[in-house]
Write a protein that binds this ligand. Sequence first.
Ligand SMILES: [Zn+2]
Length: 265
Amino acid sequence: MNSNVWVIPEWSDDLVRGGFSFRQGGFSEGPYETLNLGAKVGDDIEKVRMNREVVATAGFGPQTEWVMAQQVHGHNVGVVGRRERGAGVTLEMPPIQDCDALVTNEPETTLVILTADCVPVLFYDPVHRAIGAAHSGWRGTTQHIVQQVILHMQFLYMTEARDLRVAIGPSIHRCCYEVDEPVADIVRNEFGENYLVSRFQKPGKYLLGLQDCIKRDLIQMGVSPANIEDAGLCTSCHTDLLFSHRKEQGKTGRECGIIRLNHFE
Ligand SMILES: [Zn+2]
């Protein structure tokens, strides 16, 4: 096990590798200290490339086989394969446009989602050998992006929800995630009042657990609760381990959710 990347133990057969990165063991300095994987947060690009190499060598394939999404807080799913490899890695090949989730059944194609509070969610169908990765902040969550991923996997790969393994990565939790009335209203409409906790003596302010909303969406689609894993780590509570956009007031790096199918002999 690599200390920079938490590899999901139950999935670590020879066929798939999924995990979430932490912020230690990289080369970046200042607010990006040290394993920043985001190329658009103001950090030195060469250091970002070196940091990504640290993650790549933890069993996630060369960067030329990585695929990244533009991540625009929407609900679109990009279907990728061999031809999209390298998207988001170099300036010549931009990330997959206008999407916040990626799916593939192509071996040796690594899906990468960058976050710093938003929820990274990884999907693995061991029966039909397909994977997915999603970026689910409050906008993605209230647009039910995880359900979009499952719908795509069902249509494209014949995935059955009951076979799916899902992992929810480090992200801001209810302890630290305060939202105001406009966001609360959308959550109320999509998930109901039960997902909001009113703040004591702070009218119009609520605590929200995006992870609970995501789990509800997964279970509603037929994913078994026993097949949902949660890193259970709050980014805002653990800025020693993780980047937190909110806690660090926007000046910080990005960690990742990353998943890859290995070649099947
Ligand atoms: Zn917290």
